[in-house]
Each structure stands twice: as structure tokens, then as C-alpha cells.
Design a binder for this molecule. Structure first.
Ligand SMILES: [Zn+2]
Length: 86
């Protein structure tokens, strides 16, 4: 899959001087605006097996963090942490 930054493409097309029939120019502009993106991964904070129970861990990579430092993304693998949220 290839993704395109639509805002960047819009600005690039506004700056270009070409007949609308010039497909090659449009395709070149699109190639300049392709961005690399990885599929999103989703994980959950789960109970860690460590004592004292001040830690939680990522369900995907097992990265352990203090409960008070839970974040929306795992610092280990970058997964979006859902914990029941879509
Ligand atoms: Zn992780």
C-alpha cells in the first residue's frame, strides 16, 4: 500500500503549470507526495508478574512500565494502547 499526503499534493498541484490532460505530470506530483507508513498495531496494558504490583506491561512486546507512567503508546514497540477503547 502506498499513502499520499493529500495536503502536500494539493499544494504541489496548485503550484504546477500544466494542462489537466498531462497525466505524467500528475503522476510525478503524486510520486513526490508518497509517504511511508506502517500498519497500526494495537496493544493493551496488562498486569505484570512483578512484585510489588506497581508495573504494567505491553501485551505485544512485554515492555514493563510503572503503572503511573502508562501512556497511549507503548515505548517499546510503539503500539497504540487501547485497553478496551477502539
Ligand atoms: Zn509494546
Amino acid at each position: 500500500m502506498r499513502l499520499i499526503d493529500a495536503d502536500k499534493l494539493h499544494l504541489k498541484l496548485l503550484d504546477m503549470q500544466f494542462p489537466i490532460q498531462d497525466k505524467d505530470a500528475i503522476l510525478d506530483a503524486m510520486d513526490d507526495c508518497i509517504v511511508d507508513a506502517a500498519p497500526a498495531t494495537y496493544g493493551k496494558w496488562v498486569k505484570a508478574d512483578y512484585k510489588p504490583m506497581i508495573f504494567t506491561k505491553c501485551s505485544l512486546c512485554g515492555r514493563r512500565v510503572e503503572i503511573q507512567n502508562k501512556s497511549a503508546f507503548c515505548p517499546g514497540c510503539g503500539a497504540r494502547m487501547t485497553n478496551g477503547k477502539a
